[in-house]
Design a protein around this ligand. Structure first.
Ligand code: 2P0
Length: 338
């Protein structure tokens, strides 16, 4: 079969990636650590098809045709094709010379801070690797689509190593523990806006690298210690330490955005109210009183929270074998267009 369909998960960073040392290869300034979220609630789904009848590479995202000429897409496809050609068995059946059609969709809002590009590129690279029979680490290829995508290639908790090689060969993701390690952990995603971010992550972090003194301090003095400490907390299932580092690293990331000139503000009043609620909840839950009554907070007006997703840590990308899952017809065209 020259068609493959896969689904891939979203990930949420507990130690944040913010800032590149190489824009083209997408090499980060610091290591980051994430939890892979269950594909049951949120996922990207991608079909890739190769055929000698296709005359050009084509891509449809969420039902609309998009250009294949983006540098990031090209880098991923070229790298997968290069790896397919140098496969150990030496037998290249010619498939890697055929053009591909790609059709991809997310079941959650794009660019609302939910790492749609991470799930999307992880899914694309994983599906292409199946199509072209490429084995070995492919996180370094997904990284070239979108940095955080390399972390979505593994389930459980994942570390993206910044690496030090100038060609990026050691800037890859590895699994810290599988999803089964900490099964009682639950994750709530509270969406306060489903609009596209005003400043994309790529240009936001570029500006932070140029202007933020705090980012320099973070990279050299905070992230290395925090990374080791959070990994230890994950391995030991030490929730208090884990939560403490996660909250502090998130705050510092947003502080770096505010220290960027001009500043980037990604949180709104509702986000800050939720942060306060969590701290109030933690204080109240330590007391032997009625929990709701002892939370010192006034109710907010309805409608500020767009929606809430209750999920857990999950597995990495999966192949969907049944033909009805394919997003492309036998002729290689999307089954659904908008
Ligand atoms: C993260 N973010 O670690 C951080 C925290 C956003 C805040 O990774 O330019 O879409 O494609 O490498 O991966 C978002 O950045 O940026 C991101 P590119 P990406 O999850």
């Amino acid at each position: 079969m020259n068609i493959v369909t896969c689904i891939a998960p979203v990930n949420i960073a507990v130690i944040k990636y913010w800032g590149k040392r190489d824009e083209n290869l997408i090499l980060p300034l610091n290591d980051s650590v994430s939890a892979t979220l269950s594909i049951k609630q949120m996922n990207a789904k991608t079909s890739v098809m190769a055929s000698p009848n296709f005359t050009e590479d084509k891509i449809w995202l969420n039902g609309r045709e998009e250009t294949f000429h983006s540098q990031r897409l090209q880098n991923c496809l070229q790298e997968i094709r290069r790896r397919a050609k140098q496969r150990a068995d030496g037998k290249d059946d010619g498939v890697s010379d055929w053009c591909v059609h790609v059709c991809s969709e997310n079941n959650f809002p794009t660019a609302a801070g939910l790492a749609s590009s991470a799930a999307g590129y992880a899914c694309l690279v994983f599906a292409l690797a199946q199509l072209y029979n490429v084995s070995g680490d492919i996180s370094g290829i997904a990284r070239q689509g979108s940095g955080s995508a390399c972390r979505s290639l593994y389930g459980g908790f994942v570390r993206w190593h910044r690496g030090s090689a100038s060609d990026g060969s050691d800037s890859i993701a590895t699994q810290i523990v599988p999803h089964s390690h900490w099964p009682e952990l639950r994750i709530l995603v509270l969406v306060v806006s489903d609009k596209r971010k005003k400043v994309s992550s790529s240009s936001g972090m570029q500006n932070s690298v140029k202007t933020s003194e705090l980012l320099k301090h973070r990279v050299s003095h905070c992230v290395p210690q925090r990374t080791e400490a959070v990994i230890k907390a994950i391995i030991n299932k030490d929730f208090e330490t884990f939560a403490d580092i996660t909250m502090k690293d998130s705050n510092q990331f947003h502080a770096v955005c505010l220290d960027t000139f001009p500043p980037n503000v990604y949180m709104n009043d509702t986000s800050h109210a939720i942060v306060n609620l969590i701290h109030e909840y933690n204080i109240a839950s330590g007391k032997n009183k009625d929990l709701i009554a002892s939370i010192r907070m006034e109710p907010h007006e309805p409608g500020l929270l767009k929606y809430l997703i209750h999920t857990e840590v999950g597995v990495g990308p999966q192949v969907l074998d049944e033909p009805h899952h394919h997003l492309l017809t036998d002729a290689g065209l999307p089954k659904v267009l908008v």
